[in-house]
Write a protein that binds this ligand. Structure first.
Ligand code: ACO
Length: 220
């Protein structure tokens, strides 16, 4: 049997490309699928409309928000995400709600070998906020990381002021490990971030099944 461990013996890294879900949450049915070149129009429309909702939580970049999010900015970004994915360093997913683009979930800095670790991050359109979309997406992403991808640890960093994201991480079962002082340049300043993490030993069955047992999601 060919075991696809790092360094990979097959053309594709474990777990990529793949579709995750479906899963029913309060807002509808969600699914994660790889980013596509034709996502540019939806991505640009939501990112431009939601600047106020998103910018305060995202890393500072020198290029203006409008220029960074016109639809012409998507193809090179999508291409670089897919290159990282093919090399086994990233899982760049689109979150779909009832078949429509509504956000992104990314697993990055994937380390193989003895570390088997990565970070997870996400954003969701403001028009669907509060419907359990991000929590369901994180649950699907974590189960994939701990299952097919074979990771041992997934971590996330979040600003203490980001109540909605902290709620998502708590509902998914992350554990707080500490405060990273002046960790990241976000929204024009060096911001403290909480470090949260989960290792595979902490997962009881699966993250998705725990969410379902808590009444926050259902199988489709
Ligand atoms: N304080 C505390 N809790 C809040 C707040 C707040 N200000 N606002 C909302 N909430 C709660 C909601 O009540 C809900 O909890 P509940 O289900 O117990 O009622 C929870 O936060 C949100 O859960 P979901 O509905 O699963 O999340 P949603 O789909 O609305 O997405 C997200 C949340 C991703 C944070 C969205 O608001 C967003 O995209 N924000 C901007 C970008 C961002 O912050 N991304 C995360 C960066 S940190 C990281 O990636 C690790």
């Amino acid at each position: 049997m060919l075991v696809n461990v790092w360094p990979f013996k097959t053309a594709q890294p474990p777990g990529w490309p793949s579709v995750l879900g479906p899963l029913r949450v309060a807002a509808g049915v969600i699914r994660l699928r790889p980013v596509r070149m034709r996502d540019g129009v939806s991505w640009s429309r939501i990112r431009l409309a939601d600047r106020h909702h998103l910018e305060q939580w995202e890393p500072s970049v020198d290029v203006d928000w409008e220029a960074r999010h016109n639809s012409a900015a998507w193809p090179p970004l999508c291409s670089s995400l897919r290159t990282e994915a093919r090399q086994g360093r990233m899982l760049p997913y689109v979150i779909e709600l009832d078949g429509r683009f509504c956000g992104q979930l990314t697993v990055g800095n994937i380390a193989h070998g003895a570390l088997r670790s990565a970070w997870i991050g996400y954003w969701v359109a403001s028009e669907v906020a509060g419907g359990g979309v991000a929590t369901g997406a994180v649950a699907l992403g974590l189960d994939h990381c701990f299952g097919t991808v074979g990771l041992h640890r997934v971590e996330a960093t979040v600003r203490p002021e980001n109540g909605a994201s902290r709620a998502v991480l708590a509902k998914a079962g992350f554990r707080e490990e500490g405060l990273l002082q002046r960790y990241l340049d976000v929204d024009g300043g060096w911001r403290d971030h909480l470090l949260v993490a989960m290792t595979v030993e902490e997962v009881l069955g699966s993250v998705t099944s725990t969410l379902i047992r808590s009444g926050r999601a259902a199988r489709v």
